[in-house]
Design a protein around this ligand. Structure first.
Ligand SMILES: NC(=O)c1ccc[n+]([C@@H]2O[C@H](COP(=O)([O-])OP(=O)(O)OC[C@H]3O[C@@H](n4cnc5c(N)ncnc54)[C@H](OP(=O)(O)O)[C@@H]3O)[C@@H](O)[C@H]2O)c1
Length: 273
């Protein structure tokens, strides 16, 4: 009689084997149903990105969930086991070659909604006045600003070929230059979100002629790893990712040609610029 697998391998090894098997199955098994709407989400393994995946899979969409490390995206892998139209793709949004390769893989596939969600806060110590660090600045701007711009450029044809034609980037009140906003103890992050707002204004100017709506939405304070690092004292009272995403998805659904490009809050109100 064969020994049970747990007698041959350690518990950790079994976890790795199961996860690897799930990863292979999930990335190979997912399919795009042309009769469903399609969303591509960056940074979808945790926090707000994962909640977007949960929202759009529950709504019956084709979901292209991109993550830096598919083999570690356990929640996504489990979701993909039970939902045929969830496809997990590897994507570090700072890897321009990978962005181009992914755009090529999906050439001809209409993408109704691209959500630029991936974002980083950056090392807080290295953005304090007195110890400002240029490599932290470059890293945060690469993820929070250039990557959404590059994604919009790379996937413009896919979005233009879809029915809904929407590109949404997740901004933040920390990026507002209004006198009563934008203070706070993470300046590089705030600068990056202000720059994201302008980057999307430029993308909007490029893409409006193709019928593409380029929008910015701020989720408010949401209980994720990022908030725990930025404002731990506000974590307990924050919205859950599911609550924030339900609100933002409603704003996204309501976006039409009348949208003026100004950043919106999760409740649809205009965010002070
Ligand atoms: N939480 C809030 O209160 C709040 C408020 C305003 C705006 N936002 C914005 O909402 C978005 C999501 O934030 P969150 O709170 O969900 O943060 P989070 O829990 O820290 O998750 C960030 C996500 O971004 C991914 N990511 C980071 N660098 C990446 C890269 N180079 N390539 C691909 N993915 C990368 C992470 O992947 P890994 O797991 O691989 O690191 C993770 O999936 C961000 O744009 C953030 O600025 C959040």
């Amino acid at each position: 009689m064969r020994a049970p697998i747990t007698q041959c391998f350690s518990r950790a090894a079994v976890t790795i084997i199961v996860t690897a098997t799930l990863a292979a199955a999930a990335t190979q098994a997912g399919t795009i149903d042309p009769d469903r709407s399609t969303v591509l989400i960056t940074g979808s393994n945790r926090g707000i990105g994962l909640a977007f995946v949960e929202h759009y899979t529950a709504a019956g969409w084709n979901v292209l969930a991109t993550v830096r490390s598919p083999e570690r995206a356990n929640e996504l892998l489990i979701l993909a086991e039970g939902y045929e139209h969830l496809i997990i793709e590897q994507l570090d949004v700072t890897d321009n070659d990978r962005i181009a390769a992914l755009a090529e893989v999906y050439r001809g596939t209409p993408i109704d909604l691209l959500i630029n969600n991936a974002g980083i806060l950056g090392d807080l110590e290295k953005q304090r006045w007195g110890s400002l660090d240029s490599s932290t600045f470059e890293q945060v701007l690469a993820v929070n600003v250039f990557a959404p711009l590059k994604m919009a450029e790379a996937f413009a044809d896919h979005v233009a070929a879809s029915e809904q034609k929407k590109i949404v980037s997740i901004t933040s009140g920390a990026g507002s230059v209004s006198p009563d906003r934008g203070a706070g103890s993470f300046p590089i992050y705030g600068i990056s979100k202000a720059a994201l707002n302008m980057a999307m204004r430029k993308a909007r100017a490029e893409l409006a002629g193709r019928g593409i709506i380029v929008a910015l939405i701020a989720p408010g304070t949401v209980a994720t790893d990022m908030l725990a690092a930025a404002l731990p004292n506000r974590f307990a009272a924050a919205k859950t990712p599911a609550q924030a995403v339900a609100a933002m998805a409603s704003v996204i659904e309501g976006l039409d040609d009348s949208y003026d490009g100004r950043p919106r809050n999760y409740d649809g109100s205009v965010m002070p610029w």
